[in-house]
Write a protein that binds this ligand. Structure first.
Ligand code: NAD
Length: 503
């Protein structure tokens, strides 16, 4: 897998069951965002030629893998799930070092992968089709799921093991083979995941890993005719590019993209609970969850007490290295992400929002070696401001005042995205009305916008998604195609249309 075991190990691509260097000979470094002096490793900067080899391996492995009975494919996945569970702690530690979120969160990330792998392995014995009565005598009518072919899996850095598992494991249980292109910022977690699949006995060529720059690797995957399904999670801009490049060859494309999620707080809300929800919804993973609550819409009757308590709690958050058990919020993932956060703080000030707390990068002592930023809250935010409309992906929360439930829902829906929303209220009628009227893929009552369970569908509406869902049995719909089958056992030519004489 690597040329040495030292701190600066060089890691390889995984193609056709072997760990191999890129034909380019080019490499890139990955560093700890909490301490940039800590080199995680050196990874392959792959080219179109590496992608062509990986796709070729996946294409030929597909002809064997699709014929392995699904319960047998699942047996390998059960083994992988157990290996993930056995190694949870070291996988979580690697992940925290690699992308900064605190250990409790990286343990949760690995747990998602464990849960998804066990859940999807169970689907090896289900993948139900339909059996329906035929229109004709002595004829059997049914539908079955078929694999699609080679799947390109393209993932972001914020859930470096959970998101790959949401895609790769359902792809495999359905009988597809995979070429996996992880985010450039989290290649080690991707590699750890693939290594576990290898150890579980997934045959050569069934899963291939190609690391490297987004445009170089992904473009080569998208123009390949052999790739039949693409599952992408990342920003809306890149998703749009992916969608455009995949369409000429009519690939099936699943997109999960950006968000601007919202918590609605009504005048009858349990404020203590709401503050707690906004704290973890807003600042968990340093605001870098796709489901992060970057907007809070608060009824005017409770706006002041809510804001006071929320600001007090945010100021008290302990920011630092996620490997330290005392730390509550880690760094931004990269210099670029930190700069985006700082840029939006300036935009918020210029737009006339009130900076209630935070607003600065943290650069004293050991923090100077990482990409740290204060938890930041803007009050008196107008719904049309850029900080209330655009995805920042950092520890910045915009608090907006509203006069009524209806206005809260209107503000909540008034963005281009539609991933997650939540309401804090004691009123059952309002809770159900908001559940119905918020146009998002995920909705919570008296809980923050974060925290999905693997057996329910996950995904968003509008500029967040393109109508597919991952997780739950919905994921099977991405990675399989329906085939309808008619078996005529009458032994004679039957008319295709039923008529009265044939009854
Ligand atoms: P990104 O769009 O920059 O990158 C996603 C993937 O695409 C990476 O593998 C990257 O290398 C690749 N890529 C980058 N530029 C490319 C290009 N020009 N052409 C082809 N591929 C390219 O996203 P990110 O910064 O890794 O992740 C953060 C984004 O992901 C946020 O917008 C967040 O909301 C979103 N996200 C969404 C969900 C969801 O389920 N909706 C979940 C997690 C993250």
């Amino acid at each position: 897998m690597s040329t040495n075991t030292a701190k600066s190990a060089t890691y390889h691509n995984f193609i056709d069951g072997s760990w191999v260097p890129s034909v380019s000979g080019a490499l890139f470094e990955n560093r700890n965002p909490a301490d940039t002096e800590d080199l995680i490793g050196v990874f392959q900067r792959s080219t179109a030629e590496d992608v062509a080899r990986a796709v070729g391996a996946a294409r030929s492995a597909y002809e064997r893998w699709r014929l392995v009975p699904a319960p047998k494919r699942a047996e390998l996945l059960f083994r992988a799930a157990q290996l993930l569970a056995d190694r949870k702690e070291s996988l979580a530690r690697d992940m925290t070092r690699e992308m900064g979120k605190v250990l409790d969160e990286t343990r949760g990330d690995v747990q998602e992968a464990i849960d998804m792998t066990f859940f999807m392995a169970g689907e090896g014995r289900r993948q139900y089709g339909q059996t329906v009565p035929s229109e004709l005598r002595d004829k059997f009518a049914m539908s079955i799921r078929q694999p699609v072919g080679v799947a390109a899996v393209i993932t972001p850095w914020n859930f470096p093991m959970a998101i790959p598992s949401w895609k790769i494991i359902p792809a495999l249980v359905c009988g597809n083979t995979v070429v996996f292109k992880p985010a450039t910022l989290t290649p080690l977690s991707a590699l750890n995941f693939v290594r576990i699949l290898e150890e579980a006995g997934i045959p050569p060529g069934v899963v291939n890993l190609v690391t490297g720059g987004g445009a170089d690797v992904v473009n080569a995957l998208l123009v390949s005719d052999a790739v039949r399904v693409v599952s992408f999670t990342g920003s809306t801009d890149v998703g749009r590019t992916v969608s455009g490049q995949a369409s000429p060859s009519f690939k099936k494309v699943h997109l999960e993209m950006g968000g601007k999620n919202v918590i609605l707080i009504m005048d009858d809300a349990n404020l203590e609970l709401a503050v707690e929800g906004c704290l973890w919804g807003g600042f968990g993973t340093s605001g870098q969850r796709c489901t992060a609550a970057s907007r809070v819409v608060v009824h005017e009757k409770v706006y002041k007490p809510f804001l006071e308590q929320f600001v007090a709690r945010a100021k008290a958050l302990r920011v630092g290295d996620g490997l330290d058990s005392q730390t509550q919020m880690g760094p931004s993932v990269s210099q670029g992400q930190l700069e985006t956060v700082m840029k939006y703080v300036e935009i918020g000030r210029a737009e006339g929002a009130r900076l209630e707390c935070g607003g600065h990068a943290l650069t004293s002592g050991a923090l100077a070696r990482g990409y740290f930023h204060e938890p930041t809250i803007f009050g008196d935010v107008a719904p049309s401001m850029r900080i209330a409309q655009e995805e920042i992906f950092g520890p910045v929360v915009s608090v907006i005042q509203c006069k009524s439930f209806d206005e809260a829902v209107e503000i909540g829906n008034g963005v281009q995205y539609g991933l997650s929303a939540s309401i804090y209220t004691q009123d059952l009628n309002r809770a159900f009305a908001a559940m119905r009227d918020m146009y998002t893929g995920i909705f919570y009552v008296n809980a923050p916008t974060i925290g999905a369970e693997v057996h329910l569908p996950f995904g968003g509406t509008k500029a967040t998604g393109n109508g597919h869902r991952e997780a739950g049995t919905a994921a099977l719909d991405v990675f399989s195609e329906w085939k309808s089958i008619y078996v005529d056992f009458s032994g004679r030519l039957q008319r295709a249309q039923i008529d009265t004489t044939d009854l």
